[in-house]
Design a protein around this ligand. Sequence first.
Ligand SMILES: NC(=O)c1ccc[n+]([C@@H]2O[C@H](COP(=O)([O-])OP(=O)(O)OC[C@H]3O[C@@H](n4cnc5c(N)ncnc54)[C@H](OP(=O)(O)O)[C@@H]3O)[C@@H](O)[C@H]2O)c1
Length: 296
Amino acid sequence: MEVLVTGGTGFIGEALVPALLDEGHSVTVLTRQSHPSPIAQARFIQELSELSESETPIDVVINLAGASLAAKRWNTEYKKKMVDSRVVLTQRLGEYFRSVKKRPAIWVNASAIGFYGPRNDEALTESADTGEGFAAQLCRDWESAAAEAAGDARLCLMRLGVVLDKSDGAYPQMAQPFKMGVANWIGDGQQWLSWVHRDDVVAAFCHAIESSDLRGPVNVTAPHPVTSRDFCEAMRKVHRTLLAVPMPGFVMRAMVGEMADELLITGQKVVPQALEASGFAFNHPEIDVALAAIEA
Ligand SMILES: NC(=O)c1ccc[n+]([C@@H]2O[C@H](COP(=O)([O-])OP(=O)(O)OC[C@H]3O[C@@H](n4cnc5c(N)ncnc54)[C@H](OP(=O)(O)O)[C@@H]3O)[C@@H](O)[C@H]2O)c1
């Protein structure tokens, strides 16, 4: 199939695009970059209008692009950037595809478990209510924009957990103190961390393309979420860290501001009900297995 990927140059995209090519798809990556690093046979474009030059219509849209939530303090200006880079781009995609003769039949859009907001111990399936806070609002707005843009396409809203792999994303930062010999959980350590190995994210996106019955919100998190303390214990085993020094919530809040309250001191216990019901099998269902694979 002809697949258009936005954000294909990022942490998830750099693994997903080669996997799509391996599956026999033709891949076009929409990027802001004038000289992106080549990825095998993928074609790069900077404007949607470049698609019109090709005779072959797009069958599948994979929409990943967006300014990172963890890169900067959440001031008003950066909040606008996080919203616009997702919502406005998604609206532009919608406008473009409304103007072409043959519209995509499948639309796989990234979202995040931030949709559920900070929560306690309840297990959250895709039918759980949305929560409070900036991240939850951003996810709602992005999901609504995707629903509008996708039109009649089969739409999967991939609510991603914390994606782990060695090269980038959250893991290198999380691993740093453990590598230095000082383990730390954040706050009281009871908050849930719904993580997922990047290989399983890539497989879940490919599965979403293939599974004609899968639609709507899809939690993309490993079936065994852990508390921050459990994650810390698993990391200590892998890195052979001896000393355990928790990081108080107020220190984290002073360091990174509002982001700490939504992404670090709080969490949510998310379960991948839709994926599992559709027959998806995780390669890395348990944190010990996933961390061992990452550090192998
Ligand atoms: N990684 C995670 O743990 C995680 C968890 C939950 C949700 N997600 C979501 O999944 C998506 C992909 O994640 P990722 O980790 O691969 O992200 P990433 O590495 O930060 O890459 C995102 C891509 O989005 C594009 N982008 C960045 N800033 C932009 C801006 N201001 N305007 C327009 N495009 C911009 C870039 O592509 P170009 O430079 O090619 O334009 C970039 O390569 C993101 O939207 C993210 O929020 C990720």
